[in-house]
Ligand binder design. Structure first.
Ligand code: HEM
Ligand SMILES: *[C@@H]1O[C@H](CO)[C@@H](O)[C@H](O)[C@H]1NC(C)=O
Length: 500
């Protein structure tokens, strides 16, 4: 008892303070290494936490880049962070040094939803066996269902027809396309994982999308940064549920849907969808405690595919339609190409891309301009490395500024304008660009890229085949400045879809 009596409290506080400061000094040792990237001086304990506005970090980062250059350092409480800007630095780190830059920072924040050593999902998995197994599984499942009886392309094409029918139901009245795009894209992932699509008025898809939105909000903000830096805080009973209600609810719904599929599964039949394929692997791995194929991981993998594959794709489509109403000349040229190559009746196919360089260039330019994941996902170094001559020690969080590459002023002719000619040569042929990295690069690059490309092309061409889009009469022209909310979404807007 004496320990906490009044006259002991002072010295105790001083001791704790000294201990914290010593710990702090230890954590900033790397800053004093020669050739460590420059950056703002971190405050004791807090680091640079208060110097960056995490609701929208872009303006404060912009200042730092101007002051310190393309490679600069930050400290998030006790985590060292290095930010990479420009094609040269990002490519050097993600491609040339990929064996040492493919780890992720430990996501202690997710332990409360079941994240553990054998159940890491894919997106946030540490660079190791569990990640390798699940990445390979997701890729091969995407590929197998792409070739299966009802191929992914067919799913997407059918969903595109449903989407067009729902647009037609708006009967030319102004509406925001966001909700329908979200549903169509969710249905593609639902087809892949659960083997069925939701009707657009099914209460479950409405719920799923609401929760997804809550989940995204939980990904940004100061509170999030604090628990990220000091995850022990989440051991406080009830706190995790308070900070992550969306994620919790979303995973509960995923659990429900998985259980449903387990009940209707016939193990003598070939897998109907990703969940069946995963359960086959679980059976195969029975008795192997090293395997990442287990029920805990199934729900994480499914959640990952939904969260990585849904909002990204639908946000890009929302940008595509916005840019079409802002650039009617581009829209007309796409429609002309559709009419020439596909016609007014036949459904678009992936094979049409070869004959549609302008449309393909437009889709690429939409992704470049929209720049929806400006800072990519964080990586972590698993060894001391060098980037652009700077020393980056093991265990450093790497932020790859994809935006700085997609809008690199030394590469693109008009980096801040929507200009499909970025992807066309003088003869109007499509040209690839090395700095086109909306899916990132290296071993951790987006594994859903082929599916995303399929959705973007098929949804976009189907919509433009059937409708002409315009700013509703009497409404002001919407802006093309994105709104930062973890992803960069287009500003809210309405359009008119007139059948053609
Ligand atoms: C336009 C749509 C999309 C964009 C712009 C996009 C972009 C990205 C980016 C920037 C990353 C981070 C890569 C890195 O860490 O360096 C990523 C990772 C990932 N994406 Fe996508 N993505 C899209 C669609 C999809 C789809 C449709 C799926 C799945 C069905 C998907 C699944 C994933 C997964 C699982 C990862 C984590 C990969 C890993 O950590 O190994 N994405 N994506
Ligand atoms: C990323 O690049 C963009 C465009 O060059 C720039 O405005 C932004 O400040 C950069 N962000 C960081 C974190 O360096």
């Amino acid at each position: 008892m004496g320990l906490l009596s009044g006259d002991m409290l002072g010295p105790l506080a001083v001791a704790v303070l000294i201990f914290l400061l010593l710990l702090d000094v230890m954590h900033r040792r790397s800053r004093w290494a020669p050739r460590y990237p420059p950056g703002p001086t971190p405050l004791p304990v807090l680091g640079n936490l208060l110097q960056v506005d995490f609701e929208d970090p872009r303006p404060s980062f912009n200042q730092l880049r101007r002051r310190f250059g393309n490679v600069f350092s930050l400290q998030q409480v006790w985590t060292p962070v290095v930010v990479l800007n420009g094609l040269a630095a990002v490519r050097e780190a993600l491609v040339y040094r990929n064996q040492d830059t493919s780890d992720r920072p430990p996501p202690a924040v997710y332990e409360h939803v079941g994240y553990g050593p054998r159940a890491e999902g894919v997106i946030l998995a540490r660079y190791g066996k569990a990640w390798r197994e699940q990445r390979r599984f997701s890729l091969s499942t995407l590929r197998n269902f792409g070739l299966g009886k009802k191929s992914l392309e067919q799913w997407v094409t059918e969903e595109a027809s449903c989407l067009c029918a729902a647009f037609a139901d708006q009967a030319g009245r102004p509406f925001s396309p966001r909700d329908l795009l979200n549903k169509a894209v969710s249905n593609v992932i639902a087809s892949l994982t659960f083997g069925f699509r939701f009707e657009y008025n099914d209460p479950r898809i409405v719920k799923l999308l609401d929760m997804m939105e809550d989940m995204l909000k939980e990904e940004s903000g100061l509170v999030r940064q604090v628990v990220e830096a000091v995850p022990v805080l989440l051991r406080i009973p009830g706190l995790a549920a308070k900070i992550f209600p969306g994620l919790k609810a979303f995973m509960a719904l995923i659990d429900e849907l998985i259980t449903e599929q387990k009940m209707t599964r016939d193990p003598t039949q070939p897998p109907r969808h990703l969940i069946d394929a995963f359960l086959d692997e679980v059976k195969e791995a029975k008795g192997n405690p090293e395997s990442s194929f287990n029920d805990e991981n199934l729900r994480l993998v499914v959640t990952d595919l939904f969260s990585a594959g849904m909002v990204t794709t639908s946000t890009t489509l929302a940008w595509a339609l916005l840019l079409m109403i802002l650039h009617p000349d581009v829209q007309r040229r796409v429609q002309q190409e559709i009419d020439e190559v596909i016609g007014k009746v036949r459904r678009p196919e992936m094979g049409d891309q070869a004959l549609m360089p302008f449309t393909v260039a437009v889709v690429h330019e939409v992704q470049r301009f929209a720049d929806i994941i400006p800072l990519g996902l964080p990586h972590m170094t698993s060894r001391d490395i060098e980037v652009q001559g700077f020393y980056v020690p093991k265990g450093t969080t790497l932020i790859t500024n994809l935006s700085s590459v997609l809008k690199d002023e030394t590469i693109w002719e008009k980096p801040f304008c929507f200009h499909p000619e970025h992807f066309l040569d003088a003869q109007g042929r499509f040209v690839k660009q090395e700095a086109f990295i909306p899916f990132s690069a290296g071993r951790r690059a987006c594994l859903g890229e082929p599916l995303a490309r399929m959705e973007l092309f098929l949804f976009f061409t189907s919509l433009l085949q059937h409708f002409s889009f315009s700013v509703p009469a009497g409404q002001p022209r919407p802006s093309d400045h994105g709104v930062f909310a973890f992803l960069v979404t287009p500003p809210p807007y309405q359009l008119c879809a007139v059948p053609r």
